[in-house]
Design a protein around this ligand. Sequence first.
Ligand code: OAD
Length: 272
Amino acid sequence: DTLSDRSISAVADLIKSGRAKRIVVMTGAGISTAAGIPDFRSPKTGLYHNLARLDLPHPEAVFEIDFFRNNPRPFYVLAKELYPGNFHPTISHAFVALLAKRKLLRMLFTQNIDCLERAAGVPPELIVEAHGSFATQRCIDCKNPFPDAEMRKCVESASAPNCFHKGCGGLVKPDIVFFGEQLPSTFFDNATVPQEADLVIVAGTSLMVHPFAGLPRLARDSVPRVLFNMERVGDFGTRADDVLCLGECDDGIRKLADDLGWRDELEKMWVD
Ligand code: OAD
């Protein structure tokens, strides 16, 4: 086995010994809940359990392109709550930025659309935003981009903007990936990166949505995989070097930072 035991301190030893320097991180909504952004599937607090007021046929419809075409309003009600700018990154985001600073981050794959990885200081070229982000937007028909400032206004008033291009007038949608849409090319361009990892860290995701959910499995068998999550997910626990750190991811990350001797640096990066 690569690890002395299935513990966070063994993971810290691996990193400290210099045997993990191509770390691949995979994240989801759970790393942003401490920032005040709800996740999707947690009972009671998750977005999908709180969409009844939007009168949807089923919760996921809010992210379905065919539904959006006929009724964009529920998405824009949600967008107003999720729009970046009002939130501060968490300790877990800062930890990924610290890995990058120490040249240990091979790549971050995130499903999140909140842009908090960039806000925390993870270099953009090391982030694969697998489900897109709110950073840009375009018309769903003619695909022409739509200006940021206009978008911000529309999101603030929870109203769906229409394309400015003459003769089009199609609906405008942020470049986040809806069900029924292709993932961005950067996801596929980097699809073999998890095979290069010498350590995989997964945090805050239910691993319910494919193809993202298949990424942790791409790690080579001998490569340790660490899960920071409220619950066990995916196939975690089936490999000899899987480490499960169940609970608040920020708590687990702080423990790892303590064991690495990086805690002060991490807390400093987080407040800066
Ligand atoms: P989910 O809501 O499906 O899963 C979040 C996971 O994080 C759950 O397993 C929670 O238990 C866990 N969690 C929540 N808060 C946590 C905390 N503070 N510490 C540790 N764990 C915590 O979110 P995702 O897996 O990101 O797609 O969802 C995947 C995709 O489904 C999203 O990208 C979104 C959604 O439909 C699109 O928007 C296209």
